[in-house]
Structures are given as C-alpha cells and as structure tokens.
Design a protein around this ligand. Structure first.
Ligand code: PEP
Ligand code: MG
Length: 307
C-alpha cells in the first residue's frame, strides 16, 4: 500500500463547510515544483536575473516547458517578467531612475520594449502547446483598465486563452470591477500592494508595522477585489506573502478570495487553518478585521476566534 501522505489526507483547500479555496504554490523554476493544487505564481524574471542579454524565445520556451510539463492537468499561473526596483534585469537598461519602485517596471517595460513582451508570450505559447498544464498568463504592476486590456489583447494574440493581471497598485484595486471586464482573473500581490498603499519601501524593516498584512486598509482593498471577482464570477487570488499566514487565511477567504498561493512549505498550515471555519465564519472574521482600527487590533480580534 502507498504510504499515507499528509497532503493527500487533508485534500484540497476548503472551509469546514466545503467552500473551495484553491491552495497553490509560488515557484521560480522547475527545481521547486510543489505538491499543490497548482502553481499560483511562476516568477519568470528569477530565471534571468544575471543575464546581460535577453534570453532567446527558444531558451525561454525550454525553461517554461520544464515547469508546465511537471504540472499536467493543473493550473500554472505564469507571470511575465517583473523587472525593476528590487529585481532589475540587466538587459532592460533600467539604471538611472531616481525612484525605481515608481519607474518603468513590470508591465510598464512594454511601453519602451514591446518586443520583449511579445517574445516572452510567444515562448509561453510554444511551451504551453507542448504540455498538458492549464496555463494562465498574468502581468505584474498594472495600474489601469487600459493597461490590462492591452496586455489581454497581446496574450490572446499569442494564442493563449487565459489572461489576468496582478493587483499591486491601489488604483488597480479600486477599479477591480473594470479590470475584470477585460481580463479573466486577478491575482493580488500583497507585497507590492502594501508597499504602494502605505508608501513604505517593502525592503525597509524599520517600517514593518506599516507593511503588516493585517493593516485594515490593505484588507479593505483586498475586499474590493474579492467582491468584484464574486460579482463577475471570475477568480481572484492572493499570491503575496499574506497568503502564507494561517491565521489570515479565513479572513482572505471571507473577503472573497478564491485561491491562495504561497511557498510550498506554508501549504499545510494554511490548509489546516482554513478547514476550521465555515464560510459564514470566514466572512464574519473578514468584517471584524476590516473594521479594526489597526493591524494589531485586527490580528487580536481575529485571534480571539481563530486562537
Ligand atoms: C507581490 O508583490 O506580492 C508579489 C507576489 O510579487 P513579487 O513579490 O514578486 O513582487
Ligand atoms: Mg510584486
């Protein structure tokens, strides 16, 4: 008989009363393929951080294919290059910006170098065609519905059926419903969404209290996205570090989030926490957290129930 696997035993992500919340993993290459319901964030820029020259379409397709082939029948959300600020790519010449976090980074690079995006999408399409993974493509650092529409058009032009955008900028969260008119899904990057909501550098340890994922203002923005997703009948996930906090998982589910993507080691704790509450309890916890005056109070009021 097969040895008992604790992940199999616990099954997919769901609340106590069976409301599904997909539990996905964040990866940077085929080296760290997880035991999960799929991949919620494949950070492609991590493959090319040390490159002086742009990787060819062929090389990119091979690297993406390695990941897709390892996940047959499962969702793989691949993110187009998120270059700039904390992750500069030498071949994109991003030096010299006075405020790199507010500069030409993420999808904005396509304004200057549209061919880099086109080549990457062609490589993704080529890799997807040779695999059985359910490949979804998303763009980082999107601020407006117009940017989302132009990205979705480029994705479809490449022959890929499912296009989404990350929510990392408050303007995008506020307009989540408009974004969902032009894309198939949203994925909330709480690391950057915190940084831009609180105007606090995500690398600055001294400002950790502002970057706390329990900040009610951050949760409120997540709630706007979750509600928009439920109204549109389209998936809205969280793929930033906030998704790895077991105590926050029922809150995020209650805010309307339909998937949580995290580093693989965080999956069992989040799955166990989610399974302890009904969906109605999750919604109640979400209300309490958003109504709290600050992050400490939000954590405390939910902690009293979650324990
Ligand atoms: C995020 O910003 O939350 C995110 C998931 O993207 P990254 O950490 O790669 O910027
Ligand atoms: Mg980000």
């Amino acid at each position: 008989a097969r040895e008992a696997d604790p992940l199999d035993a616990l099954g997919p992500g769901r609340t106590a009363d069976g409301h599904a919340v997909k539990l996905l993993a964040n990866v940077g290459s085929a080296k760290d393929l997880p035991r999960a319901e799929g991949i919620g964030l494949f950070r492609t820029e991590l493959l090319f951080l040390d490159r002086a020259a742009e990787p060819s379409r062929k090389e990119q397709a091979a690297a993406y294919r390695d990941v897709f082939r390892g996940m047959p029948g499962q969702r793989v959300v691949i993110r187009t290059l998120d270059a700039g600020a904390d992750k500069p790519l030498p071949f994109l010449d991003q030096d010299g910006e006075p405020n790199p976090a507010l500069g030409v980074r993420g999808l904005r690079v396509a304004r200057r170098r549209p061919e880099v995006l086109t080549t990457q999408l062609a490589a993704i399409a080529e890799a997807a065609a040779g695999s059985e993974a359910d490949v979804w493509v998303m763009a980082p650092m999107v601020s407006t519905p117009a940017e989302a529409a132009s990205f979705a058009a480029a994705v479809r032009e490449a022959g890929l059926p499912t296009a989404g955008v990350m929510i990392e900028v408050p303007a995008a969260a506020l307009r989540a419903a408009d974004l969902l008119e032009v894309v198939d899904f949203l994925s909330i990057g709480t690391n950057d969404l915190s940084q831009y909501t609180f105007a606090a550098d995500r690398m600055c340890g001294e400002l950790a209290d502002l970057l706390d994922f329990w900040q009610p203002a951050l949760l409120q923005l997540i709630g706007i996205c979750g509600a928009a997703g439920r109204a549109a009948g389209k998936p809205v996930g969280v793929c930033g570090e906030a998704a790895a906090d077991p105590a926050l998982a029922p809150v995020l589910a209650g805010l309307g989030v339909s998937s949580l993507s995290m580093s693989a080691r965080a999956l069992p704790g989040v799955r166990a926490s989610l399974a302890r509450y009904s969906y109605a309890e999750c919604r109640r916890l979400a209300e309490l957290a958003v109504a709290a005056p600050d992050a400490v109070a939000a954590r405390e009021v939910v902690g009293k129930v979650v324990g």
